[in-house]
Write a protein that binds this ligand. Structure first.
Ligand code: FAD
Length: 473
């Protein structure tokens, strides 16, 4: 091992091979559910160094765990406990290589923080629409590797839909240059789409060409109280009809999720929180390419129709961008409020939008029956059929003991219900090491075998992120 470490120091410089001191920031996952031990944290500064590090590790038979911002929620970016894996941090690859205004693209290195990209795009007069609560820390490489979703998917799609090209270091240390930014290229298998969502198991993304969009002339946000989840789905249909491509966000939040925000962050002032007749709220965003007046009149017409149809009982439309940010901040504070309340069991599921109300009604009743006292924290990107269907210990209960005693059973109940509704057990957080067994249980044998064949074909040495997505055999 010391020979490998010497080689790595020669490639990236001794200061960028960390073996001592507190490496917790790299070795522990964001939710603090798992802590591993790395042989070393290696921080290359460019693509050539990444390729040389991979070649050195492949020669030594040492596996590599790629890491961006380490905000992933499926325990995919931290090493195992063996102390033999190299943790490859992409954070120093953080240059914006260029913006091509005519092509509406931006070519960036994998370690760029998402928020930095949003700001760079805005400064150049464009919108880069990927947006999620971890945007101040997560990197575009991690977003691509997990095919992250976020709050704008209803209009712009997942990270995959925003990507036109990649530069990737292969498990053998070769470099695939694919950042040409073409919108059309039907020349064989789509390697870009294969890499996106592969969670660092097939290649290391070092750069990407991402799509840019015109900045909207106006953006309006409304917070609406709805009498039921069925009404929320009806409202979504109306919003699609009335706003068309202007509908850029549609989030749903259950009352209990909002009550946790109110309890732990009372300064955020959750709308309608004291109204006992409001079981669900919806956050809608309308982006308009014409003007603020045009946006407001369309938005108000939509809400009027929704009131008349009985699917909205109360609503506030943000009067300013600051107020809109405050409303979004409430939505984005739900995971933090949950963490304040104690450990919880997260399910990031997707189901056809039309079937979500039936799924929630049936699964809520099932869990209440099987595990009395559980508290259900429901919220998510309803516009994409993506719910964060989370489970909190009973009021006043010991959340650690609750997870120890009930987590497996609750996961089985929820994921079996998801399968019954033809849904997915991981909508946007990926598989990582946390859900390898779920993949084996819920994917078809044919799909699994194709995945294994791809992994064997591209990474026969099983060097890249072994045991993540697919079990190491
Ligand atoms: P990491 O956590 O470092 O890595 C994630 C995975 O990608 C790992 O398997 C890692 O090995 C691999 N990887 C990282 N970089 C590379 C690379 N350059 N090449 C190859 N593999 C790589 N996700 C959503 O989809 N939607 C949300 O709304 C959302 N909200 C979130 C809110 C919070 C508060 C948090 C903490 C997370 C949220 N996430 C969400 C999870 C989301 O997947 C991550 O935040 C983000 O996409 C991961 O980026 P990262 O740079 O932190 O990657």
């Amino acid at each position: 091992m010391s020979v490998l470490l010497e080689k790595l120091r020669a490639i990236v410089g001794a200061a960028n091979v960390l073996t001592e001191g507190d490496l917790g920031a790299w070795e522990q996952d964001w939710r603090k559910r798992s802590r591993g031990k790395a042989l070393a944290v290696v921080r290359p500064g460019d693509t050539r160094q990444v390729a040389e590090v991979v070649r050195a590790c492949a020669e030594a038979g040492t596996s590599i765990v790629p890491q961006g911002g380490n905000t992933g929620l499926a325990v995919g970016s931290t090493p195992d406990e063996s102390g033999t894996q190299v943790l490859l941090s992409l954070q120093r690859l953080n240059a914006i290589r260029g913006i091509d205004a005519a092509n509406l693209t931006m070519t960036v290195e994998a370690g760029c923080v998402l928020q930095t990209l949003q700001e760079a795009a805005r400064n150049a007069g464009f919108l880069f629409p990927l947006s999620l609560a971890a945007e101040g820390s997560c990197t575009i490489g991690g977003n691509l590797a997990t095919n992250a979703g976020g709050t704008q998917v209803v209009r712009y799609g997942n990270t995959r839909d925003l990507c036109l090209g990649l530069e990737v270091v292969t498990p053998q240390g070769g470099v695939w240059e694919g950042t040409s930014g073409l919108r059309k290229d039907n020349t064989g298998y789509d390697l870009r789409d294969l890499m996106i969502g592969s969670e660092g198991t097939l290649g290391i993304i070092t750069a990407a060409t991402m799509k840019l969009y015109p900045l909207p002339a106006a953006q309006l946000t409304a917070w609406a109280a709805v009498p039921s989840l069925d009404h929320a789905v009806t409202l979504l249909g109306l919003a699609h009809q009335r706003l068309g491509a202007g509908l850029t966000g549609f989030e749903v939040m259950g009352k209990f999720a909002l009550s946790l925000v109110d309890k732990h962050f009372p300064a955020l002032r959750v709308p309608f929180i004291d109204d006992a007749s409001v079981p669900w709220c919806v956050l809608l965003e309308n982006s308009d390419s014409e003007s603020e007046d045009h946006a407001r009149s369309r938005f108000e017409a939509l809400l009027e129709t929704a009131f008349e149809a009985g699917c909205v009982t109360n609503a506030v439309v943000a009067e300013s961008l600051t107020q809109a940010h405050q409303l979004w901040h409430i939505r984005e504070s739900i995971p933090l409020a949950q963490a304040e309340e104690g450990l919880n069991i997260k399910h990031d599921i997707s189901i056809a939008v039309s079937r979500i109300p039936a799924f929630v009604a049936e699964t809520d009743a099932l869990l209440a029956r099987e595990i009395p006292g559980v508290r259900l924290v429901n919220f998510g990107h309803l516009g994409d059929g993506n719910l964060h269907y989370n489970v909190q210990a009973p009021e006043g209960g010991d959340s650690k003991a609750f997870l120890r005693d009930h987590e497996d059973r609750i996961n089985t109940l929820v994921y079996d219900a998801v399968e019954k509704f033809d849904g997915s057990f991981s909508a946007e957080h990926g598989v990582g090491s946390l859900k390898v067994d779920k993949l084996e249980k819920h994917k078809s044998p044919v799909a699994l075998e194709m995945m294994r064949a791809i992994k064997r074909g591209l990474d026969p040495q099983n060097i890249l992120n072994p045991g993540r997505v697919l079990r190491s055999t």
